[in-house]
Design a protein around this ligand. Structure first.
Ligand code: NA7
Length: 535
């Protein structure tokens, strides 16, 4: 390996959905000298790392892909209603190979530091391998749920069994047969993994701190007719995802739960429950705005939990949910609540009796000791800011991103931080992406960044930086958009950073929806990149 820096027009950090598309657009549409660096040994990002049992996307497959090329859409066929991890990884490899992207991706390369040099208007980037890169543009495509959170529970180092975090799952898989397994967490990940692990393990103990809603996914193989429908209607499907609030393929019903008679409301929820999936939250337009409306959905799901789970005390702990429905990321499942009827599954309420310690042989709560062979941490991520702050990013005058964001993330449009010229963040805080169907949000971000860089090149501009007043305005906009919804009412949510001890609690995603966000970004361009200083 040479120590000579590699000089580039742009360096993209990450080779998941965002990084691949960003690399493609700058390289093939604009002829930039661009490279992507990726910590993993393959493409895929989230879908490279999250190989835990049951890992599957909650967006439906016919909208969970790139839509920039109708041709590409014709060449790929999904097999199930919701794509599983392995199939998504195959898809991203298919795209990367088809478009010959891998030759410009350097794998096994994790960025340690990126420092902006004012005199030369260049980013100096250092990888953990010691390699260095010099680039005019730095684009982070590091994902928003990629920094695993393993809680600091005393004694973990002494545990004699095996332990794993779901987001860093061994590629060779984990053998659960005959084992006593404990899983910590009941977020989307755990809700997918629990039924699958329960099916394999001798015994599964679920440690639940915050009870959660879940709606059946109703996953199934796609029929030949549906596959044909997708091929024939690719253009319309793409158009729909650009028109819906969250980039999904379904629209929110134009009716209010509070104005709907109770029997009719019940029928609508029942139908949505049978249809399955995230569409449940689209049953009424006031569900995420009015607590009264939300209560009707919450009560419906709690009744479902009590009717599915046979042991009343287990059902009571599972249904003891204190946040509005969908104010935390709403999970969808395959036989999640049914799994608690299995004789080999136990639910432990660690809100009532917290986990105190991990011993050599298992988990100890305030009330009991649970002997275990394997512990699975389905404990989520240091979301949105975590992957960015893991790198030592410094902007003008050596100012560190971690200092600028000490009280919470601040940026403009989720795309640029004041003081960090020519650096763009894809799916960063302040972006709507985590509340949306991710590939649709990613395509919007990447297209905007690409057009911006192209505009700079056409006009002989060297430098773009968000203005401080524009950042203030965007931070207010993000706060106001969240305040118009029930989302901030879920106090234990990663949207707020509440899952990471000591993290500033700020509602991070933009909750105004993708359509509005797209329009705002477009208006910024129309008004000559309003809010940015270009020179
Ligand atoms: P989440 O949604 O952050 O869920 C993590 C779960 O782990 C949640 O139930 C947490 O309880 C629990 N947790 C975290 N730390 C602890 C400790 N110390 N003790 C007990 N329980 C704990 O992460 P997921 O991976 O499920 O989902 C992340 C996203 O990936 C998801 O939203 C989708 O977008 C895909 P808490 O609620 O904090 O009390």
């Amino acid at each position: 390996m040479s120590n000579k820096p590699i000089e580039l027009d742009a360096l993209v950090v990450g080779a998941g959905f965002s990084g691949l598309y960003q690399l493609l657009r700058l390289r093939d549409n604009h002829g930039l000298k661009v490279k992507a660096v990726e910590a993993a040994h393959g493409v895929g990002g989230t879908w490279f790392w999250n190989r835990y049992p049951g890992a599957r996307c909650d967006s439906e497959s016919h909208v969970y892909w790139y839509t920039f090329s109708l041709d590409l859409m014709q060449q790929w066929e999904w097999s199930e209603r919701y794509p599983g991890q392995a199939e998504i990884l195959r898809y991203l490899n298919f795209v990367a190979d088809k478009l010959d992207l891998k030759r410009d991706i350097q794998f096994g390369t994790r960025v340690a530091a990126a420092h902006y040099q004012q005199a030369t208007n260049r980013w100096h980037i250092r990888a953990e391998t010691g390699e260095t890169f010099i680039a005019k543009f730095l684009i982070t495509a590091v994902g928003c749920l990629s920094s695993a959170n393993v809680p600091d529970i005393p004694g973990l180092k002494t545990f004699k069994g095996e332990w794993y975090h779901t987001g860093q799952w061994p590629h060779e898989g984990v053998e659960f047969a005959g084992k006593r397994v404990g899983i910590i967490g009941t977020g989307s990940t755990a809700i997918q993994a629990i039924p699958v692990i329960a099916d394999q393990a001798k015994h599964l103990t679920v440690f639940q701190r915050t009870a959660n809603y879940s709606v059946p996914a109703r996953n199934a193989p796609l029929t030949a007719d549906f596959k044909q429908y997708v091929k024939r209607n690719a253009r319309e499907i793409r158009a729909t995802t650009h028109q819906t609030y969250n980039g999904m393929g379904f629209k929110v019903a134009e009716r209010k739960a509070v104005d709907t008679p109770p029997e009719e409301r019940e029928r609508i929820y029942e139908e949505a429950w049978e249809r399955g999936g995230l569409q449940f939250r689209a049953s009424f337009e006031d569900m995420l705005i009015s607590k009264e409306a939300n209560d009707t959905a919450a009560e419906f799901i709690k009744r479902k939990i009590r009717s599915i789970v046979k042991d009343p005390s287990t059902a009571a702990v599972l249904a003891d949910i204190d946040h509005p429905y969908a104010a935390k990321r709403p999970p969808i499942d395959t036989d999640y609540f049914e799994t608690y009827n299995r004789p080999n599954v136990t639910l432990v309420d660690v809100k009532a009796a917290p986990i105190r310690q991990i011993s050599e042989t298992g988990i100890r709560t305030d009330e009991a000791e649970y002997p275990l062979d394997i512990i699975v941490f389905a404990t989520g991520f240091d979301a949105m800011t975590g992957p960015l702050l893991k790198m030592d990013i410094r902007g003008r005058d050596g100012i560190a991103l971690k200092d600028v964001w000490a009280a919470g993330p601040r940026n403009y449009l989720g795309l640029q931080v004041a003081g960090f010229p020519n650096m763009f963040t894809i799916t960063g805080p302040g972006s709507p992406s985590v509340l949306c169907n991710m590939p649709v949000a990613i395509e919007q971000h990447v297209d905007w960044i690409t057009d911006c860089i192209a505009h700079m090149r056409t006009n002989g501009l060297e430098r773009i930086e968000a203005r401080a007043d524009a950042v203030d305005t965007w931070v207010s906009e993000v706060n106001e958009a969240a305040a118009r919804t029930l989302l901030p009412q879920a106090k234990h949510s990663w949207y707020l950073g509440a899952n990471i001890p000591g993290k500033p609690q700020v509602f991070m995603p933009y909750a105004g929806g993708l359509v509005r966000y797209r329009q705002i970004c477009q208006n910024v361009v129309t008004r000559g990149y309003e809010g940015f200083a270009l020179s």
